[in-house]
Design a protein around this ligand. Structure first.
Ligand code: PHE
Length: 339
């Protein structure tokens, strides 16, 4: 009996009909009321008890194979008719396409751009290779100024007047040279510094700098703008401003935001204090305005600059900055867009 079943299974596997009529014939032969399966099922009671289990399993398998075969031919046939004539069912779901992921740097950059665009800032960009004027001199850093050492610069070997920009402040210079106030712009981009590579710093990273110039702009405006920003990005306006020094702003400050100490990454990123240093800022030095063709008697403004990478590490709880530029798919695939 089992042999007979196996024979049927083989026959079904080999069956290839030439047309729809042959499929129908096959269906009646196997699945019809007086078909093969009906007869085999009827025989079940005559099977010796010790073979019943195997027989039953094989029988069910045969039934499934027959149904699959018929279904297979049917869908093939309807596919062919769709190809020949109509477009088929236009409402059927599309094929799932593999989706790319958004790099955490881009994601955080987009968020920051969006937050500032809500209060009227546009986006400006500039070249990564800069000349001395835009990266240093116009920003109140003349040749031999000691503060040039604050930013370890990659100079072009062939022409030391050219370098990889060390900050996106160079874009602000370009923007002021070509626009008159009121100015509200943020400048995101990649910057380069000749620093040792470690889990916390890299020789290239990303910044967003902001510039606001108009009549009667004060330090209070700066503080309010930053509190709005940290609230929108980090969910807290708890910030502190520490006096600092930048050649292009006066007065200058460094801004810390209170992030807390909940995870290991928080600990590492805040050096165990809970406070994260996120940016430098200040009132644009009148000398810089003058260098860029803006009258400091009439206008004043503030500027700020922050590193995107560190914020991305924190928001995504990534413990090593190097992961951001290694292009390891196992890392990148974790940032699938959420819908
Ligand atoms: N350009 C500074 C830096 O790269 C940041 C900064 C921008 C500070 C604007 C003050 C004003 O560190």
């Amino acid at each position: 009996m089992l042999d007979q079943l196996q024979k049927h299974l083989d026959q079904v596997a080999e069956f290839t009909p030439e047309n729809a009529a042959a499929v129908e014939e096959f269906r009646i032969q196997y699945l019809g009321k007086k078909g093969v399966l009906a007869a085999l099922f009827a025989d079940f009671k005559n099977i010796p008890n010790d073979q019943k289990k195997e027989y039953g399993q094989k029988l069910n398998e045969l039934k499934e194979r027959c149904a699959e075969k018929i279904e297979g031919f049917k869908s093939q046939a309807s596919g062919q008719s769709a190809k020949l004539g109509s477009l088929g069912d236009l409402t059927r779901p599309g094929y799932p396409l593999p989706m790319g992921a958004i790099h955490p740097i881009s994601e955080v950059k987009n968020r920051i751009v969006e937050i500032f665009s809500r209060i009227g800032f546009n986006v400006s960009e500039g070249p990564e290779m800069e000349d001395d004027w835009h990266n240093f001199t116009a920003l109140n850093l003349p040749e031999y100024h000691p503060a040039r050492d604050m930013q370890d610069t990659f100079f072009l070997q062939t022409d030391p007047d050219w370098m990889l920009r060390t900050h996106t402040s160079s874009v602000q210079v370009r923007y002021m040279e070509t626009h008159q106030p009121p100015i509200r712009t943020i400048s995101p981009g990649r910057v380069y510094r000749n620093e040792a590579i470690s889990a916390r710093s890299h020789c290239f990273f990303h910044q967003i700098e902001g510039l606001y110039i108009d009549k009667n702009v004060s330090f209070a405006d700066l503080k309010q703008t930053l509190a709005y920003f940290t609230n929108a990005l980090f969910g807290t306006s708890k910030i502190r401003m520490r006096p600092s020094y930048f050649p292009f702003t006066e007065p200058s400050a460094e801004v810390d935001v209170y992030w807390g100490l909940e995870t290991e990454t928080d600990y590492k990123m805040t050096k165990g204090t809970g406070w994260l240093e996120i940016m430098g800022c200040g009132m644009v030095d009148p000398e810089v305005l003058k260098n860029c063709g803006i009258d400091p008697e009439e206008y004043s403004g503030f500027a700020f600059g922050m590193g995107i990478d560190r914020i991305a590490l924190l928001l995504h709880q990534i413990s090593d900055i190097r992961l951001l530029s290694e292009n390891d798919l196992r890392f990148l695939e974790q940032f699938q867009p959420r819908f």
